[in-house]
Design a protein around this ligand. Structure first.
Ligand SMILES: [Zn+2]
Ligand SMILES: [Zn+2]
Length: 604
């Protein structure tokens, strides 16, 4: 019996061997460029220094050559270097390479190791995230900085939010329009019996914060299809869909595509579940997976839409807490991978069948003509707010950029009026279709379904241009689209940012609410604080010019004023260039260097 001695090799030598073997078996063709350093690091599971050392050895043996600023290239194998190649390849050469045999990639994949990760010994007595430090790829900073949107706070949402909180994901935004009922208690770990009738989003946000007080949470009671400003998605690292209907999934899919954000979908029914990740531009998106029939069902006439919504609200899918943990667990894990920029498999679906414990993955075919495949261009941040800005204001801005033909495209149909086919009574409505119930669509006298007039374009001809964006259903921090038939422009209501996205619910200190003064300050007019602050702002107050064309700009004006519930602000002593804002109770003056009349006072 002949026993081969075990070769003593350094990591670099072993890596060089593998690469030399690839040259010999042809999987690395002569003249072909080698993968970039980063990829080699991932594939071989070694550090950058080791990769470089291996490449240097290969170069010294005339097996590869470097082209400055391009990379490394394989040299052809001939008499001059075959001996070195064989010697270096050693044992590896007998193993056929996966590339050469065209074998599909199967089995567990190596997780990339972060070579820069410093060795850190956590204090497990004090550090709740301590054990995660032992995971080679886990990066505390990334996880704590991460912003994740969870859409839906039902059975799946409960599991996902619980996991995100446990893992210390730093910023969680939760949206759901529903309230808790007794039947939710059987599969929602974060709900309690005393929570009946409370908002699901609010309750899960509060519980997430109590699971891990180090994270920051925010909730919104709204329907994701209409109530979530795109600016919120724009500022997220990942979106997790915990939804139970197609309409909402389709909306989330489009929003994420427009904002170029990855999203993780999950679906459960009885003991079956599926999980999939969609990344814009990489494989199929959610809409690609829908059949023609499903797409037709989603674009039905309004009467059916009203009914369909009704059905969505009624249609409860039977699920169990166990399948919710399985799928919710997978979703949270994929989100964690997205946060770490680790590879995911976009456009593929993982099916899990709990009846026979079978799990399989299949890829969807991306559709060329899919309507979701569109990403917004450069976004202009306006100091405007949905509550204040009117359709006319926005149209003016669009026209100054795109010319007189510019129109605004709304994301949802706006019902302008109802007309009864029987008694011919007309009712002006001006509300988004999503806010109209099936009952409201009926004539109050005849009881039959009325004809509705819709629009989703603002052309400048409308008689309701004076209406605020909020009143026609546009959410805070939304991004609106304008076009002139040739070009699109995108405008964000960035004036809403502080209020719409703060992640400070259930903090010890309450969320910072900008102290509102009335809509416009007129000279020499006494201004009352429209909305009293929940806590008194003392000390320094900042004056913000809302009409500044470059966006929100904090002017230098700062002073020691005390703003309380009863404080009245007064404008006076107006010179050509200056408006002086005087706090009446203490008569301390704040100079405000602007001729603009719109200012905002907020706490700092
Ligand atoms: Zn698609
Ligand atoms: Zn009628």
């Amino acid at each position: 019996m002949k026993i081969k001695t075990i070769p003593h090799k350094t990591l670099a030598e072993a890596a060089a061997s593998k690469l030399a073997a690839s040259l010999l078996d042809g999987s690395l063709a002569p003249g072909a460029q080698l993968p970039p350093e980063r990829e080699l690091m991932n594939q071989l599971g070694i550090s950058r220094t080791t990769v470089r050392e291996a490449l240097k050895t290969l170069e010294e043996n005339s097996l590869i050559e470097s082209r400055p600023n391009v990379g490394w290239f394989a040299r052809s194998i001939d008499e001059s270097n075959i001996t070195q190649a064989k010697e270096m390849a050693g044992d590896y050469v007998t193993q056929p390479s996966r590339l050469a045999t065209n074998e599909p990639v199967t089995g567990p994949r190596r997780v990339p190791i972060n070579p820069e990760k410093p060795l850190h010994i956590p204090n497990l007595q004090k550090d709740r995230l301590g054990t995660f430090e032992f995971i080679s790829w886990w990066e505390r900073e990334k996880v704590q900085q991460a912003k994740v949107l969870v859409v839906g706070a039902g059975a799946l949402g409960n599991e996902v939010i619980k996991n995100l909180a446990l893992m210390g994901v730093g910023h969680i935004f939760i949206i759901d329009f529903d309230n808790i009922e007794a039947a939710n208690l059987s599969r929602s770990v974060l709900f309690r019996e005393t929570d009946n009738h409370r908002s699901k989003a609010e309750v899960v946000a509060a519980r997430a914060k109590s699971i891990n007080p180090q994270i920051h949470v925010q909730y919104l009671n709204a329907d994701v299809t209409t109530g979530l400003g795109l600016g919120i998605i724009r500022r997220m690292d990942a979106v997790i869909g915990c939804l139970d209907n197609r309409e909402a999934r389709l909306a989330v899919n489009r929003f994420c595509y427009w904002m170029d954000k990855p999203w993780v979908d999950g679906a459960i029914q009885e003991l079956l579940g599926l999980m999939r990740v969609f990344v814009p531009g990489q494989g199929a998106c959610y809409e690609c997976t829908l059949t023609e029939q499903a797409l037709r069902d989603l674009s039905l006439r309004y009467s059916c839409q009203l009914l369909a919504r009704q059905n969505v609200l009624l249609g409860k899918v039977p699920t169990t807490p166990t399948i919710a943990s399985i799928i919710g667990g997978m979703q949270s894990q994929e989100a964690l991978k997205l946060i770490h920029d680790m590879p995911v498999e976009p456009g593929k679906v993982v099916h899990f069948n709990g009846l026979n414990n079978e799990m399989h993955t299949t890829a969807y075919n991306p559709r060329e003509d899919c309507e979701s495949h569109w990403t917004y261009g450069e976004i202009t941040e306006l100091p405007a707010r949905a509550e204040r800005a009117t359709l006319e204001d926005l149209l003016k801005i669009a026209r100054s950029d795109l010319g007189p033909d510019a129109i605004i495209e709304l994301d949802q149909e706006l019902v302008t009026s109802f007309e009864c086919p029987k008694c011919h009574s007309m009712e002006k409505v001006l509300r988004p279709l999503s806010e109209i119930t099936f009952e409201a669509g009926h004539c109050p006298t005849c009881g039959i379904l009325r004809e509705a007039q819709f629009t989703h374009m603002i052309t400048g001809e409308e008689d309701f241009l004076h209406r605020t964006l909020k009143s026609v259903g546009i959410p805070q921090l939304h991004i609106l689209r304008a076009q002139n038939g040739v070009e699109y422009r995108f405008y964000e209501l960035t004036g809403d940012l502080a209020e719409a996205l703060h992640f400070r619910h259930f903090e010890q200190t309450e969320p910072e609410k900008p102290l509102k003064i009335g809509p416009r300050i007129r000279l020499k007019e006494e201004v009352h604080l429209a909305e009293a602050p929940s806590n008194t702002a003392r000390g320094r107050v900042r004056i913000v010019d809302e009409t500044s064309p470059e966006g929100i700009k904090v002017k230098a004006a700062q002073a020691n004023v005390r703003v309380t519930k009863k404080t009245k602000m007064k404008l006076g002593k107006h010179t050509r260039k200056n408006i002086r804002l005087t706090e009446t109770t203490r008569s301390k003056r704040v100079s405000f260097a602007s001729r603009q009349k719109r200012v905002k006072v907020c706490k700092i």
